[in-house]
Each structure stands twice: as structure tokens, then as C-alpha cells.
Design a protein around this ligand. Structure first.
Ligand SMILES: [Zn+2]
Length: 486
């Protein structure tokens, strides 16, 4: 290995989707891993002794929100989400709501991560002219997004208009994600079935499958096995699931009514009247939370503290309720098809849901915390966790160089204390971006399509063009084949 190294990580257990390589030294030069060996003698500008820690490939979070959804039109110039992701071991993240705002915030926010994203479409009706949908898709790509997101559950379009948007995305050759739900069906098992039907054989990314499975339509286990069977029957649809118990909605009120009808549904679900006194009772019982924002984290707080934070500014405060069922997170994250075709929750197999995401970014960056809990529980091996949190999501979007700890791979690595389920350092493009205490990363890069280069040049944002033709999303959409399991 001629020449000095930039970084040498010593004595760490190295695990990626190919398996457990044992205790190794990992050598990094110019942003790339150049050697993974039992002992490396070459000198490096910086060395990290990682004895007792495990190295995993940097997390590729396939569904994040880098902007503060509760901020509304008060969107801030800077987003702390990049730093929060770095603390959670994430080195690549895909925005799933408003990529234009992410780009507006880039220079004040970037922390060394690779970022790509989708642009949410407005709600369409049956009378929306098709040309308008065509224009919105083209504009999303021109502004730098790699595709579009149908916001369904939050801002539903009509079923026909949703199908048109999916077809327009296919025409444009771009990425298309769907938060299930239309004006005809809610964001539940029925909405999920409708989303698969509306895709009609076209490529589609079905967002957070666990979030549709709350036992509202069938028994919870039956809902989960039904959803997993449908996904197996629609191999052109890719998907991800998250492991967070709390959801997120907007705390604004008009008179004694909540403007976000998800708040109303959650209060009803918890047995509370869907009005102010119901929310106060839910805070007192620990059923309602709100997000307390500080520089490092957005922390869910309940009881008197939660009530006080909400009452200080209801309009710009996020409310959360523990409505995401743990069993759905577990089943959707760990279900695999064994060689004999049966559904399993341990052992080898091909995962039904492609990736574990956070649906976080701004908060609840729980991929490794909860993913390592699944490993402790025996539902996933460490190699399978690395597959579902890094290699598989990288493949979904066709991001080259990610998901391996091997010579030639991008030096995107996270060092974890497995027992404590704690991220001890995060390395992106060969540089330490989180040192265990502080986020020290800056810059990074945006991935875009050939249509987005001009806009990113104008914004002076470092970027590379992504070849979506190489993505599992388009490959599966065309051939109906599936990713292998780890
Ligand atoms: Zn989301």
C-alpha cells in the first residue's frame, strides 16, 4: 500500500451485507476504502482505535424529512436534520417531501452527507388538466429532484389523478414514491391495496408500509401478512418500513377544532374527545406528545411539559401519538421469503420489504437504535441489518459505491457500540462527520438526474448525476425481478 493514508480505523469488528469479516483494520484514502485487513502497517494522517466497536456501512436512509413539517410557511434558513442524521450513523439520505426547500437550506445545513430527494406533488382532482401534472413532474426534475412523491395520506389526490401522476413519472423515467391514500381510501390497508392497483404494473416505491397497518381494517397480524403477500405479488413495487412508535401531525387549531384530521383520528383512537380538552387529557395520560426542539435533537415530551410546549405555539408545534404499532414495524422490517416460499421472521431468505428507513431526519432517527434491537432480539443478523439499512436502499436508488466495507467502496462507515446500541462515530466520504460528541462534518454532495445539473450549478451545490437506469427501482419495474436477501 504505497503512500500515506488519510485515515486508519484499527481493531474493529467489520460487518457488511456480505457477512462478518472479523476484527480488521480499515484503510481510507481520498474518500475511498483502500484496504480491509487483519493488520495494516502503513502510516495514516489520522488513526482511530475502534477496539470493542463494530463497523457497519454508513446508513442509507431511504425516507427522511429534512425540513420541519410543522414550520409551515415559517421555514427556517437552516435545517438541523443533517446533523441529527450524522449523529445517527446516516451518511446518505433521501428527502421525501420538499426537495426544493432542502436545496434552499443546503449551504447553511450540510454536514457531509450525500443527499438526494423527491419533490412532493400537490393534491390533484379529476378536473386537473393532465398537462399540469406533466409540467409538475418536469419541474421537479429540473429543480434537482430525482423524482416525485404522491403525498396521499396527507394531501390526497383523486384515484384517477394519482394513477396519472404515476404514469407521468414512468414516462419521465424518474423515481415515483407514494404515501398510500386518495380521496377514495385512507392511509390504511385499503389505501395500500388501492396504491398497488393504481400502479398497474408500473414502477412504484410504496412508502413506510408499517404505517398503513394499525389494525383499523383487520386483525393486526392478518393485516401484516396480507400486506406482505400483496407486496410479494407486486414485485415491481419497492418499499421500506420504519420502526418508530410515534407518528407526527400538526398541532394547529381553528377555534376548538384541530386543522390536521390525523390529530382528530388519533384522539378518537385513544378514546379522547377530538377537541382541546381531549388533547389536554391525552397529555396528562402520556398518550399525546409534542416535539421539544433544541439544537441537538427534537425530543418528544408528554405530561405537563408536553402540554406547556404545545400551548406556547400550537400552530408551529408537532404533535405525536403512539399509534404506530410495534408489531407492524417488526413484521414489515423482518419478514422474508424462505426457499420453500413461506414467510419467515428469522433465518435466511429474501426480504419482502426492501429497506428499513426512519421517516425521520428532523427527529426519530431510530434506524440503528431499533435495528440493533432487532439484532439483539434475533430477528436479523448484523449482516442482514447492514443489508436492509445500507446495501438494499443504495441499490433501490442506484447509488454506486455505497453499502460495502471493502476495497473500492466509498468510505461511508459508522462505528457502533452494539451492546449500548450507540453510534460512536460516523465517517462520510472518508472524513469523520460525527466524533461521538460533536458533528464536525460539512459540505457533502447532492445526487440528481441529468435534468437537474443546471439548477444545482446555479445554486453552487456540489453534485453528481445519478443513473436511475442502474436503480433497483427501475430494474424491478421493468423485469419484475427482486433483490436478493443477505
Ligand atoms: Zn414521510
Amino acid at each position: 500500500m504505497p503512500g500515506a493514508l488519510d485515515l486508519l480505523i484499527r481493531n474493529a469488528r467489520v460487518v457488511d451485507a456480505d457477512g462478518d469479516q472479523g476484527v480488521r483494520d480499515v484503510a481510507i484514502r481520498e474518500g475511498v476504502i483502500v484496504a480491509v485487513e487483519p493488520e495494516i502497517a502503513t502510516r495514516a494522517l489520522r488513526e482511530i482505535d475502534a477496539s470493542g466497536l463494530t463497523l457497519l456501512p454508513g446508513v442509507v436512509d431511504s425516507h427522511v424529512h429534512l425540513t420541519d413539517l410543522a414550520a409551515g410557511d415559517r421555514v427556517t434558513k437552516r435545517s438541523p436534520a443533517h446533523e441529527r442524521l450524522a449523529r445517527a450513523g446516516v451518511t446518505t439520505a433521501v428527502e421525501f417531501f420538499d426537495f426544493e426547500t432542502v436545496l434552499d437550506q443546503w449551504h447553511a445545513s450540510s454536514a457531509g452527507l450525500t443527499i438526494l430527494g423527491l419533490q412532493g406533488l400537490p393534491a390533484y382532482t379529476d378536473s386537473t388538466p393532465l398537462a399540469r401534472i406533466t409540467d409538475d413532474v418536469a419541474s421537479a426534475l429540473r429543480e434537482g429532484a430525482i423524482g416525485i412523491k404522491l403525498l396521499g395520506g396527507h394531501f390526497p389526490s383523486s384515484p384517477d389523478a394519482s394513477a396519472h401522476a404515476i404514469a407521468e413519472g414512468e414516462q419521465a423515467g424518474c423515481y415515483v414514491a407514494f404515501h398510500a391514500g386518495t380521496t377514495a381510501n385512507g392511509s390504511n390497508l385499503d389505501g395500500m391495496r388501492e396504491a398497488l392497483q393504481l400502479a398497474d404494473g408500473k414502477p412504484l416505491h410504496l412508502a413506510h408500509t408499517n404505517a398503513y397497518l394499525r389494525g383499523a381494517v383487520l386483525d393486526l397480524v392478518e393485516e401484516n401478512t396480507t400486506a406482505l403477500r400483496w407486496l410479494s405479488e407486486h414485485p415491481q413495487v419497492v418499499s421500506e418500513a420504519h420502526l418508530a412508535p410515534l407518528n407526527l401531525c400538526v398541532g394547529a387549531m381553528e377555534g376548538d377544532r384541530f386543522t390536521d384530521h390525523i390529530v382528530v383520528n388519533c384522539l378518537r383512537l385513544g378514546g379522547y374527545p377530538p377537541e382541546r380538552r381531549g388533547l389536554l387529557a391525552a397529555f396528562a395520560d402520556g398518550f399525546a406528545y409534542c416535539l421539544r426542539q433544541d439544537a441537538v435533537a427534537a425530543t418528544p415530551v408528554t405530561g405537563d411539559e408536553g402540554r406547556a410546549v404545545w400551548e406556547a405555539d400550537p400552530e408551529h408545534t408537532s404533535l405525536c401519538f403512539p399509534v404506530n404499532r410495534r408489531l407492524s414495524g417488526f413484521m414489515q422490517s423482518s419478514a422474508r421469503t424462505a426457499a420453500d416460499g413461506t414467510l419467515r421472521y428469522e433465518g435466511a431468505g429474501e426480504f419482502v420489504v426492501d429497506a428499513i428507513s426512519s421517516d425521520g431526519g428532523y427527529w426519530r432517527n431510530l434506524i440503528l437504535d431499533q435495528g440493533l434491537a432487532l439484532v439483539q432480539f434475533g430477528a436479523l443478523s448484523l449482516a442482514q441489518l447492514a443489508h436492509k439499512t445500507s446495501r438494499a436502499p443504495a441499490a433501490l436508488f442506484g447509488i454506486p459505491g455505497k453499502g460495502s466495507i471493502a476495497p473500492g467502496a466509498d468510505a461511508d462507515i459508522v462505528g457502533v457500540d452494539r451492546g449500548r446500541r450507540e453510534v460512536r462515530f460516523t465517517i462520510a466520504a472518508g472524513a469523520v462527520i460525527f466524533d461521538g460528541e460533536r458533528v464536525v462534518g460539512s459540505g457533502g454532495a447532492v445526487l440528481t438526474t441529468e435534468h437537474g445539473g443546471a439548477a444545482l450549478r446555479e445554486r453552487n451545490i456540489p453534485h453528481r448525476v445519478l443513473d436511475l437506469e442502474a436503480s433497483e427501482f427501475l430494474r424491478r419495474g421493468k423485469s419484475g425481478g427482486r433483490l436478493g436477501g443477505a
